[in-house]
Structure formats: C-alpha cells, structure tokens
Design a binder for this molecule. Structure first.
Ligand code: SF4
Length: 394
C-alpha cells in the first residue's frame, strides 16, 4: 500500500489478512488460556458451516474492495479439522475476499494430529505454511505442561510436513518451563535447529489466571525459573539463533531470510485483519483509524447467533486517532525495523517529537529507544524490557 496517498484505514483496494479460529483441542494444556475447548458438543461440520456463513455476512457488511494477502488457521488445534473442510474455507475466502494466488496460507499444527496423509491433504487444499506447536523436545517437560504429543512425534510431524511438500515450516518453543535449566533450554534450541525450520517462535511461559498452572502456582507447587534465569534463556536464544542464520525480526520471532510470517507481520504493521470463528478478533477497515472487534467466545453461542443471520460480534470499538497512534508504536516497535517516523507523520498529521517527545525523552538516554535512519527502534538489548517502553504510548 502506498501510505503517501492513503491515511487511516479506508476501504480502497486494501490488502487485508484473514484469520480463522478453530477452538477445539483433544485436551487442554495446563498453561493454556487461549479460547479453546476439549469435548465441545459442537461438531466440526456445523462449526465450519458457521464459519462459511460468517464469511458471507461479513463480506456483505464490508462490500467489495478488499483483497486478502494471508489466511491463517489458528486455534485451538486447526490441524484436527478435516482437510476437505479447510479446502472449502480456502475456496470461499478466495471467492469472497479475493485471496491472492500467492497468498500465505498457514495452518497451526499439533504434532499429535499431523501425519503425512493429513499434511498432504492440507497441502493439496492450498495450505503452504505450517506452524508446528512443538513447545519442547523434552518428553518429561511435555508431560508436565499437559501436551498430548512426544518429542519423537514432533520430529515425525516435521519430517512428514517436508515429505508432504511444505517448504515453509515454523516451530514454536516455550522457555522458562517448570524446573527448566539453562542447559535444558540450550538442548531445546539445538533440537529445533537440527530440523532446519524456516521460522522459530520463542515464548517465555506466562502463568495466566484461570489455568491449572495458576492454581499450582498459587499452591506453591509450580517451580518456575527466576526472572533473571528466564531473561538469560531469552538472551541465549537470540544469540544462538542469530548464529544459525535466523533473523530476529520481532521480539519473539526468528526467520530465515524471506520467511518472516507475513500474516503476523501484518498484525504488527496494523494491516486490517478479519477474524472468523468463536473468539476471533478483527481490525476492520472502513473508518479512519479502524474498528477493533471480537466475536463471542462460546462456539454454541457463536453458531446460534449466526443462525439468526447476525454477525457474532460481542465487543466492538471504533479507534480514535490517539488509540491508533499508540498502536502504531507499541505494535511497530515489536519489529526489528521499528516505526517509520515519516510515515507516522503522514498518517496522523503530527510528529513523534510533538506527540511523544517529552514522554519518551529518558528512554533514549537509558538506551531503551533509538532513532536510526528515520526509524524509531528498540535496540536489541532492550527487547526484553519492551513493556517498559510500550507503556509510554498508552
Ligand atoms: S493445543 Fe494449544 S490451544 Fe489447545 S489447549 Fe494446548 S495450548 Fe491451548
């Protein structure tokens, strides 16, 4: 998009992202706070029929003029879905949202649900990128966090993805797991790199309210690494992966050149995104700064709302200029390039200095922010302290 001519998020031949949420899992992991459920009474066929209905309703409310450049199946465990259903969703997205022929189409896969036959069928359906939720290559740790697969199954799933023709496979890992040591974490990174994925996402475990881990922590039965140990695991990952040719392009994400996640990059760049499914979130175009909205989380309520031909939106907020400006920084600063200050000025009619200069002055002197070639960035050593920077924009 040419931002010298377009301000805000008006709907004029706009590139968008599509997200499809599949909220079903075989079993809940002990740390999981995502909108996912095991043993739902809602069947896959009915749910996918709901997704197709939502697409029809949404395109009516948006009108023509959008063109989708990415489609992301997230969850939950979207690899549980029958590939024929994924194929119907992809075809419908192509018809209604002009999904580009070279669109990035990602499927999140749980290794326990990803054998060669299924992966081949997803490839034939049009999926061209796999995000494999490995989390750990240590069987004892996998059992402790409630994952349903082993390390061997994760390796087999990776190999199966390659055999099925996927040339773009990412692996997700979690560090700072219970009783995990620095040496254990080093082995995790070595195991992941030995497979040669194009992309790695590296998250630190956070204990979320309402999860079994929160209860265990409350009872003093969850031994997690101290903050300092956790920070050094992250630091080790950045150095180790840089040495293996991975570009650290976002706080938690690393990619071989040319293999950044186009879908997730759109989120950090504030590209409009239409989310479908229970609990899916969207940044909709059509107003100057966009509308953020979220769908109802319960799959049954989601379907019953759609059965009345009503979009299942449970929360919606039209962004103000102030909110959009803040988002531009706290999302854009996650990326290694940072935020283009000229573009920011054109987009919002105010300079960074005018709006945030005073609030951020000390961040330059303490080394948490830097200005380089017209881009405002987080220096690499400050990425682990990013939250201290982001609050200045709120
Ligand atoms: S597989 Fe993913 S979405 Fe499902 S319970 Fe585990 S962490 Fe949550």
């Amino acid at each position: 998009m040419d931002f010298s001519r377009v301000t805000g998020l008006h709907l004029q031949s706009m590139d968008i992202s599509l997200y499809i949420h599949y909220p079903f899992c075989l079993r809940k992991c002990l740390y999981c706070a995502f909108n996912s459920t095991a043993g739902s009474p809602v069947g896959a066929d009915d749910y996918v029929a709901g997704l197709l209905r939502e697409m029809e309703l949404r395109v009516r409310s948006l009108g023509d003029g959008v063109s989708a450049v990415t489609l992301y199946f997230g969850g939950g465990t979207p690899s549980l879905m029958e590939p024929s259903l994924a194929s119907r969703l992809i075809k419908t997205a192509a018809r209604l949202f002009h999904l580009a022929a070279d669109a990035e189409i990602t499927l999140e896969c749980n290794p326990a649900t990803a054998d060669f036959e299924r992966l081949s069928a997803f490839r034939s359906a049009g999926v061209n990128r796999i995000s494999l939720g490995v989390q750990s290559f240590d069987d004892a740790l996998l059992a402790r966090i409630g994952r349903i697969h082993t390390a061997a199954e994760a390796r087999e799933a990776f190999v199966a993805a390659r055999e099925a023709g996927f040339g773009n496979v990412g692996i997700d890992l979690i560090h700072s797991l219970p009783d995990q040591t620095a040496a254990m974490w080093r082995r995790e990174l070595e195991s992941a790199c030995a497979l040669g994925p194009e992309h790695l996402s590296v998250y630190g475990l956070t204990v979320e309210e309402g999860t079994p881990f929160a209860l265990l922590e409350h009872e003093g039965r969850l031994a997690l690494p101290e903050e300092e140990a956790s920070a050094s695991m992250y630091e080790h990952a950045t150095g180790f992966l840089a040495g293996r040719g991975y570009e650290h392009y976002e706080i938690a994400n690393f990619a071989r050149p040319g293999f950044r996640s186009r879908h997730n990059s759109g989120y950090w760049e504030r590209r409009p995104c239409i989310g479908f499914g229970a609990g899916a979130h969207s940044l909709l175009p059509g107003t100057e700064f966009g509308v953020r909205c979220g769908n109802t989380e319960d799959p049954q309520e989601y379907l019953s709302t759609l059965s009345r031909d009503i979009l299942p939106v449970s929360e919606s907020r039209t962004l103000t200029r102030e909110e959009a400006m803040a988002e531009r920084f706290f999302l854009g600063l996650r990326l290694s390039e940072g935020v283009d200050l000229d573009r920011f000025h054109r987009e919002f009619g105010v300079s960074f200095q005018e709006r945030y200069g005073d609030a951020c002055a000390d961040l330059f002197t303490t080394g948490l922010l830097e200005l380089r070639d017209g881009f405002l960035r987080l220096p690499s050593r400050a990425r682990i302290l990013s939250n201290q920077v982001f609050v200045r924009f709120l």
